[in-house]
Structure formats: structure tokens, C-alpha cells
Design a protein around this ligand. Structure first.
Ligand SMILES: *Cc1c(COP(=O)(O)O)cnc(C)c1O
Length: 357
């Protein structure tokens, strides 16, 4: 079976050697030496001012909404993983969708202002597939209307925009270290923020503690464990190799589909991308479903990232998002991972070529 992605597992003895340090101290929770070391290494690798490692990539979004004190309406993208929208609803706010750009697939910044009301408190956008949003335009709109900006940067490990880590944009930026993401800790995630928010975000992720017997605010438990951090420490040395391997795979797709009627995502000018996904946009859902079936017949498992368009979820108010719905219905992510062999990939390309006219 060829899957849409394959989790990179470091050599087990390297993971074990790091785990042994946790065994030796007998300390596996509550931000021990391994979590702290991972945070330090990630700050260096990503060249960011701060980070809070967390237990997954959804809690940081919820914590950001909570700790920034957001209420009322939050403007967001309908084209993302469900966690972006569900976090808004979970925190008692109302998602207001703004359609996406048909090429970049990120929120269409030119449509944001029309969606702002007196109830709007923030913009929560996703750098989908690691492709940066129009961060400068969004920042200008947010400044003008006094809104906070949160980026769901779950796909963005290693992405930079205009020479700066993408995690540095917005008031808060969140990431996921889930096993399906480029850098992973099994389950895991992180939050990055402007320095003035750091203490508040930190307290919120640890029950609100600001001392052994003191609580600054209502909090939750989103702490990363030592076992997760050990995985991260074992994976990190391979990151450049992982990204290079994925670049090779995506270059092969690009060359093979060049000149054919197969559209992919347009990466924003000024970005250094991380080759996290290779989506293709087909002519219709029918064509997509036939391709999925043909690939599955050859044991090739693709994924409909992202389907459905989030404005159609049962628990949000009905709104129509033409572009997002159309893209959601016709977009498919092809397998991309470091050691996908050329032979395997040629088989995928052949099937796509045969099915897509
Ligand atoms: C993976 C993902 C999340 C959730 O991350 P978890 O670590 O699985 O909680 C959130 N947003 C997007 C866009 C994602 O792809």
C-alpha cells in the first residue's frame, strides 16, 4: 500500500537513547529536560523568538482564542482542516467565512473587509499546505480595524516568508507536530506569539498556573510530555533530509504534469516552501472520484484534503463559499514522502495521466 504520507520514523536506537535520559531521571511529564531541550533546538532551527511546545496542534488554537480574550465573530477560511473552525466554535465564538483565492487557496484578503462587523474580534487564517496567506495585507486590515490575527500554521514547519519564519507572523501562530506532518512528535504541536502575549499563553497551557499555588486565569492542560519530546529530538536531525526528499518527489510530479491540464497550488511569491503536500485540482468531483478509485485499485491511497468545505459543517450557520466548495469537491492530495520511490511514483503518474484529460 502506498499512502498519501508515511510517517518518518527515526532509527529506533536513536529514539531509545534519548528516552533513556527520561528513564534515568524518572521524569516523563510536566516539562522536563527533553521538552525544554526540544524547545531550545526548535527556536534555533526555526530562528523564532519563542515557542511553547504542546500536546497537539488543536489546543494552541483554542488557547490563542481564549488567551487573547476573543469574543463574537472571528473571520476565517472555509478551506482548512476542521480543527480551525471547530476551535472557534469550541471557544464560544462564531466563525464568519471568507472565500479563498482560487490559485493560492488561502483566504482571499480582498474579501475580508466586507465581512467585518462591529462584532468581529479577529482573523484566523490557515497557511494551507504550507502556502503563506497574504500576511502583509491581512496585517494592514487587522491594524485598521483593531483585530487580532491568529494563523493556523499546522502545515508550515520550515516555511519562511520574505526571509522570516512564517511562525513569526500574526499575534499568534500555531503548528501541529502530528505524525502526518513534516516534523512530528507522534502527537504534538506548538504555539508561537508576539512576546507580549507569551506569559499569558504559557499560563493558559498549564492550568493557569503562575506559581505553585497561584492561578492567573482559567487554564487547560496542553503540556507536551517527555515521550513526545524524545520523538521530536530524534526526528529533528533528519529534517533537512526529509524536506529535500519531498522536494525531489514534488519536482517529479511537476515535471510529469507540466503542460497537462492538471492544476496544483500556486505558492506565494517571496516564500520558501516546505513541500508538505502535492494537491491536484481536477475538473469535477466525478473525475476526482474515478481517479481515487483507479488509484485505490493499485493500492495507492490518496486523501481528499480538504473536504468538505468548512462552511458546510452542520454546526455553523449556512453560507455559500463558491470557490472553496468547488475546490474542496475537486482537490486531491497525491502521495508525498521522503522515500517514495521513483518506480512507485511513475505508477501514480501513469494512472493520473490516463484518467485526467
Ligand atoms: C493537523 C491540523 C490541525 C490539528 O493538529 P493536531 O495536531 O492533529 O491537533 C489543525 N489545523 C490544520 C490545518 C491541520 O492540518
Amino acid at each position: 500500500m502506498i499512502n498519501v504520507t508515511k510517517t518518518f520514523l527515526p532509527p529506533q536506537e536513536e529514539y531509545n537513547a534519548i528516552l533513556k535520559r527520561a528513564w534515568d531521571t524518572g521524569w516523563i511529564t510536566n516539562r522536563g529536560v527533553l521538552v525544554k531541550e526540544l524547545e531550545k533546538k526548535l527556536i534555533e532551527y526555526l530562528d523564532v523568538p519563542n515557542i511553547i511546545a504542546m500536546t497537539n496542534g488543536t489546543l494552541p488554537i483554542q488557547i490563542a482564542i481564549k488567551a487573547l480574550g476573543l469574543t463574537g465573530e472571528i473571520i476565517t477560511t472555509p478551506f482548512s482542516y476542521v480543527a480551525t473552525t471547530s476551535s472557534i466554535v469550541w471557544e464560544g465564538c462564531t466563525p464568519v467565512f471568507v472565500d479563498i483565492h482560487p490559485d493560492y487557496l488561502t483566504i482571499d484578503e480582498t474579501k475580508i473587509e466586507a465581512a467585518i462587523t462591529s462584532q468581529t474580534s479577529a482573523i484566523l487564517a490557515t497557511h494551507v499546505f504550507g502556502n503563506p496567506c497574504a500576511v502583509e495585507e491581512i496585517e494592514a486590515i487587522a491594524y485598521k480595524h483593531n483585530l487580532k490575527v491568529i494563523y493556523d500554521a499546522a502545515h508550515c514547519f520550515g516555511v519562511s516568508y520574505k526571509g522570516k519564519s512564517i511562525f513569526e507572523y500574526g499575534d499568534v501562530s500555531t503548528s501541529s507536530f502530528h505524525a502526518t506532518k513534516i516534523f512530528h512528535t507522534g502527537e504534538g504541536g506548538a504555539l508561537f506569539c508576539k512576546p507580549e502575549y507569551f506569559d499569558s499563553m504559557y499560563f493558559h497551557h498549564n492550568f493557569g498556573h503562575n506559581g505553585p499555588g497561584e492561578f492567573s486565569a482559567v487554564g487547560i492542560n496542553a503540556k507536551m510530555s517527555e515521550l513526545q519530546a524524545a520523538m521530536g529530538l530524534a526526528v529533528l536531525p533528519y529534517l533537512n533530509k526529509i524536506i529535500d526528499g519531498r522536494q525531489t518527489v514534488i519536482s517529479r510530479y511537476r515535471t510529469a504534469f507540466d503542460g497537462l491540464n492538471i492544476k496544483s497550488i500556486k505558492i506565494r511569491e517571496g516564500s520558501k516552501w516546505n513541500y508538505s503536500y502535492y494537491p491536484i485540482i481536477l475538473k469535477s468531483e466525478t473525475e476526482l472520484l474515478e481517479l481515487v478509485k483507479a488509484l485505490l485499485n493499485e493500492n495507492i491511497n490518496t486523501r481528499r484534503y480538504f473536504y468538505p468545505s468548512l462552511n458546510t459543517l452542520k454546526y455553523v450557520a449556512r453560507s455559500e463559499m463558491q470557490i472553496s466548495e468547488q475546490i474542496s469537491n475537486s482537490i486531491l492530495c497525491l502521495p508525498v514522502y521522503m522515500d517514495l520511490s521513483e518506480t512507485e511514483q511513475l505508477k501514480i503518474i501513469e494512472i493520473v495521466n490516463k484518467r485526467v484529460s
